[in-house]
Write a protein that binds this ligand. Structure first.
Ligand code: UGA
Length: 446
């Protein structure tokens, strides 16, 4: 049984820590935030993820998972220490590695042994080498005679499905110097999913670091591509749903991430595409496809908001209800949310907006207050529609997909529906005397 320390009890750290414990390892999760550790010890999760609470409870009870606010204690007798701290976007688009370097320095200063250092955070190519150098400098200062081994083990968690994606990954990427002892240790830590047939890709650190950015950027390109196609369909009268279905049925393409919408958001795609472009610039390599996917994503939100404003203006109305504020369904996360971008843009265009989200109301209240946006929030999905002349569906929550269309029609003052996740049935909407505008679905002529 291996002993692991995970640094950082945020989103990636906590899910990875609990998941690695579920794989049969002994895990101590460390965080500098003592309050967070105290809460975790009492079973209070800092984030909401389906199944996380149960996973933490089960592994804590089994004695495989505990929490520490003292790093030397957490590192005691560890075989590996996973760094899972944030690497946010810097003002210039690069990944900010300040927290990661600090974590590496803390390990080098606090450890008595020489655990394998595993980078879980998303970091640009070359970071593992830099981290190894920094740790080795400290080891030398401390006269320890150790040589640091740094492994790149990027995480592919999907927010809202994080536990499932950790326990049942499509693949596990292990980047290292091909040292046999290190490879054996890493394979040991992941032996449970490997035995279940999950693919283990062992490669160099540089390759592993690149895989993470390549994966996120490819998915971002797929979304921007389908969104551009959708805009074209909207103009020509072709139907994007059928186009996407036919494209996705080609096994070389596959149907996932071909859902048109208001653009991608969240804490990963917008940040990672930009960071990859910056890295390519550094090496003088053309990464224009990824840059354009990102630029197009930014323009897309504004184009869609512009369409709403134009149609409402033409109809002489200004009261808009918005359903959904989070960046996707299943989360209360508002970071880089296309819904928020559209709300801000439409607010600036002078519309009166009332909004509802099943999970992000507190976060939204905070955000609107901080930005001095006078946007009304409603605690009830149908009450949001009272007085509304138009409705924008901006996030694909199940409750919107299954909404009672007659109730929508009778609750609203006007009859304009902007279904920007293409989740409503246009024929049903029109049967209630309303006008339907989707993304790449043409049911109206204006
Ligand atoms: C993404 C990746 O999917 C994960 O594999 C990766 O581990 C993670 O980033 C990360 O780097 O940590 P996440 O940001 O949680 O995960 O969310 P996604 O489900 O990928 O959605 C991202 C955005 O794309 C959302 O705004 C979503 O609405 C949008 N999207 C997704 C579309 O507009 N259309 C689609 O067909 C799919």
């Amino acid at each position: 049984m291996k002993k692991i320390c995970v640094m950082g009890c945020g989103y990636v750290g906590l899910v990875s820590g609990a998941g690695l414990a579920q794989f049969g390892n002994y895990v101590t999760c460390f965080d500098i935030d003592k309050n967070r550790i105290e809460k975790l010890r009492n079973g209070i999760m800092p984030i909401y993820e389906p199944g996380l609470q149960e996973l933490v409870e089960e592994n804590s009870r089994a004695g495989r998972l505990d929490f520490a606010d003292d790093l030397s204690e957490a590192l005691n007798n560890c075989d590996a220490v996973f760094i899972a701290v944030q690497t946010p976007q810097d003002v210039d688009g690069n990944a900010n590695l300040e927290y990661l370097y600090k974590a590496a320095e803390d390990i080098a200063n606090s450890t008595a042994g020489n655990p394998v250092v595993v980078i879980k955070s998303t970091v640009p190519v070359g970071t593992a080498k830099e981290v190894a150098g920094r740790i080795n400098d400290k080891f030398e200062e401390r006269n320890l005679g150790y040589i640091a081994e740094v492994v790149s083990n990027p995480e592919f968690l999907i927010e809202g499905k994080a536990v499932k994606t950790f326990l049942e990954p499509d693949r596990i990427v292990i980047g290292c110097r091909q040292d046999e002892k290190v490879c054996t240790l890493m394979k040991d830590l992941y032996s449970k999913p490997a035995d279940e047939g999950r693919e283990l890709i062992v490669c160099s650190n540089e390759t592993a670091e690149t895989i993470k950015y390549a994966a996120n950027s490819f998915l971002a390109m797929k979304i921007s591509f389908i969104n551009q196609m959708a805009l074209l369909c909207g103009e020509t009268g072709a139907d994007i749903d059928t186009v996407a279905k036919a494209l996705g049925s080609d096994s070389r393409i596959n149907p996932r991430f071909l859902n048109p919408g208001p653009g991608y958001g969240g804490s990963c795609f917008p940040k990672d595409t930009k960071a990859l472009v910056r890295t390519a610039e550094k090496y003088g390599v053309d990464m224009s496809l990824v840059r354009e996917a990102d630029d197009s994503n930014e323009r897309h939100k504004e184009i869609l908001a512009g369409k709403i404003a134009a149609i409402m203006n033409k109809n002489g109305v200004s009261n808009l209800a918005v359903w959904g504020l989070s960046f996707k369904a299943g989360t209360g996360d508002l970071r880089n949310s296309p819904a928020i971008a559209m709300v801000k843009s439409l607010y600036a265009k002078g519309l009166h907006i009332k909004a509802y989200d099943p999970k992000a109301m507190k976060e939204a209240e905070h955000l609107f207050k901080n930005n001095n946006f006078n946007i009304e929030l409603s605690a009830d999905m149908y009450k949001t529609l009272e007085g509304a002349e138009a409705l924008l569906v901006a996030t694909e929550w199940e409750c919107f997909r299954e909404s009672d269309i007659s109730k929508v029609a009778s609750s609203m003052k006007g009859n304009l529906i902007f279904d920007y996740r293409n989740i409503l049935d246009p024929i049903r909407v029109k049967s209630e005397g309303m006008k339907y505008y989707g993304v790449g679905r043409r049911y109206e002529t204006d």
